[in-house]
Ligand binder design. Structure first.
Ligand code: ATP
Ligand code: MG
Length: 348
């Protein structure tokens, strides 16, 4: 009876909502794939424990936040506090054991903090695409992943929007931090900003601005936020309405020149001048490479508030991103007026 009611409810949905929900179902990671990734993590855990019993490996990023697309890579992080000088030796030992198990990859020892990239599984044990990036002691990434996860649990539309926007950004090739555009993480923060601070009534509460929040300091930053299920707000907009509102806001309303996108700031309003985020700065990265921190698109990390998540975005990159926001706004508005050809183009 419940299934019949759900089917009947779906028949009631307008065609654009049906299209978006079916796209969402097509592109998001399946439970089957998540189970496989879980098994991979268990295998890696076993290896890491065998090198050092006190070490651990945990997943972060989209596999852990629930915002993964199909064939997503695994972001993982080895935790071994106070390792100091022995880090290099420990990391290379882990890498050797991974290779012995039939994984192929690279060990980037040039970086001050080593990185292991596992690129394939020569034993072909896995059905879904396999790729895994392993970093070390990256605690803030674990906390920001759980913040994203917590938000995604509050309202189903949050997860749907985040996954649709990530998929769209990949299709449009504006998701390449190395080539002047924005990481997936940056797009998800933009979606959260819209749902917390722009749309009214809000879809999501600000989990970092609540009397029930418990402060907790990690690497000098306050990573406290309200955990546990939190009640969603009164907003009843449909998925296409929210998506069109999101695109429209970032196409035509947001002041890129002066403002900073901040999900933690009460009211969400921050100015670049107030953070001294005006002139690009150069600094040396962990592999001694020169990194240029730009402030063309300013997105404050929710915890590491000195960090601009949009630092990779160049002027040309932002021009492209805004162009795609405008195009998406036009297509969604046309689709809402029942043009099936516009629906098809949205996906192309
Ligand atoms: P995808 O499914 O495309 O891999 P993802 O949701 O895993 O996307 P990524 O952009 O790969 O997102 O980021 C994974 C994690 O890495 C984030 O949860 C965040 O912790 C960290 N991260 C990524 N980009 C940044 C950044 N620019 N600044 C700080 N942390 C970042
Ligand atoms: Mg990832």
């Amino acid at each position: 009876a419940a299934a019949a009611a759900a089917a009947a409810a779906e028949r009631e949905l307008d065609p654009v909502t049906c299209f978006l929900l079916s796209t969402y179902d097509d592109v998001r990671v399946s439970d089957d794939e998540l189970r496989e990734k879980d098994a991979i993590m268990n295998l890696l855990k076993h290896v890491v424990h065998s090198v050092r019993p006190e070490a651990d490996i945990v997943a972060f990023g989209s596999i852990q936040s629930g915002l993964a697309l199909k064939n997503s890579d695994i972001d993982a992080c080895i935790l071994l506090p106070d390792i100091g000088e022995e880090m290099e030796e420990f990391a290379s030992e882990c890498f050797e054991r991974f290779t012995a198990l039939g994984f192929e990859g690279k060990y980037l020892r040039k970086a001050r903090i080593p990185i292991i990239k596992l690129l394939s599984d020569t034993k072909n044990r896995y059905y879904y695409g396999f790729q895994c990036d392993i970093g070390f002691n990256n605690q803030l990434a674990i906390y920001n992943t759980s913040l994203l996860h917590q938000y995604s649990l509050i309202d189903p539309r949050c997860k749907q929007l985040a996954i649709l926007v990530k998929y769209w950004a990949k299709q449009k090739r504006i998701n390449s931090p190395y080539y002047g555009t924005l990481s997936s993480y940056g797009y998800v923060l933009m979606v959260l900003f819209y749902l917390i601070h722009v749309v009214r009534p809000a879809v999501l509460p600000n989990l970092q601005d609540s009397p029930h929040k418990q402060d907790l300091y990690v690497e000098g930053f306050n990573v406290g936020f309200v955990r546990g299920t939190t009640v969603a707000r009164r907003n009843t907009e449909s998925l296409p309405q929210l998506l069109a509102g999101f695109y429209g806001f970032f196409a035509h309303e947001f002041n890129y020149r002066e403002s900073v996108i901040s999900i933690r700031q009460p009211g969400g309003l921050l100015k670049k001048v107030d953070k001294d985020w005006t002139l690009a700065k150069e600094h040396t990265g962990s592999a001694d490479q020169v990194i240029k921190d730009r402030y063309v698109l300013a997105i404050e990390d929710p915890f590491e508030i000195t960090h601009n998540v949009g630092r990779t975005v160049s002027k040309a990159g932002l021009f492209e991103i805004r162009g795609e926001f405008m195009q998406a706004t036009r297509l969604l508005n046309a689709a809402t007026l029942h043009s099936t050809s516009a629906i098809r183009k949205l996906r192309a």
